[in-house]
Design a protein around this ligand. Structure first.
Ligand SMILES: CC(C)(COP(=O)(O)OP(=O)(O)OC[C@H]1O[C@@H](n2cnc3c(N)ncnc32)[C@H](O)[C@@H]1OP(=O)(O)O)[C@@H](O)C(=O)NCCC(=O)NCCS
Length: 144
């Protein structure tokens, strides 16, 4: 298992995981464009040659944001999400970030459990923030 900066070779695997994980998935073009941004990164978790998970984050001076994290359905519950999240926290810190923020659907117990276990705390709520289906967002943050 290794976690690396994603490249175009990872896009097929990332799209499979994205489409099985979210009711409002990002497009392939959106991921492809994000591969080259200077102030953010997509990281891919490779396991035996296949993409088992990925995460997307952005850094702006001392603040950073987790945009997306997902693990292949068949690989969940084995610590891979935590490994990806820890790698993202390390990489954002190395780029100078002092805080990381994220939004998560209120009903997403697995993601909220993961974030809480990694040290994130609830810092707000946005009513009706998500679409397809409409749902409140919980805002969380962590000091890096
Ligand atoms: C959220 C997600 C990335 C977690 O990945 P994972 O590899 O299954 O998580 P891990 O095995 O590393 O679990 C780490 C911790 O998260 C929490 N967790 C994981 N799955 C959970 C669940 N179903 N219910 C509650 N807590 C859960 C636990 O605290 C767990 O630690 P523990 O095993 O010591 O109890 C995965 O469920 C996923 O891809 N979901 C779909 C995409 C998604 O919703 N992404 C978040 C968008 S904001």
């Amino acid at each position: 298992m290794r976690i690396v900066k994603a490249g175009s070779r990872h896009l097929d695997g990332i799209m499979e995981i994205e489409n099985q994980s979210f009711s409002d998935p990002w497009s392939r073009a959106g991921f492809a464009d994000y591969l080259d941004v200077p102030d953010g990164e997509i990281v891919a978790l490779e396991d035996r040659g296949a993409v088992a998970g990925f995460a997307v984050y952005h850094v702006s001076f001392e603040e950073s944001e987790l945009y997306n994290i997902a693990v292949r359905e068949s690989c969940r519950g084995q610590g891979l999400g935590r490994a990806l999240l820890d790698a993202v926290l390390d990489r954002a810190r190395a780029r100078g970030a002092e805080k990381m923020y994220l939004e998560v659907r209120k009903s997403n117990a697995a993601a909220r459990g993961l974030y809480k276990a990694a040290g994130f705390a609830v810092c707000g709520e946005r009513r009706g923030y998500y679409e397809r289906p409409t749902e409140d967002a919980v805002l969380m943050d962590i000091t890096l």
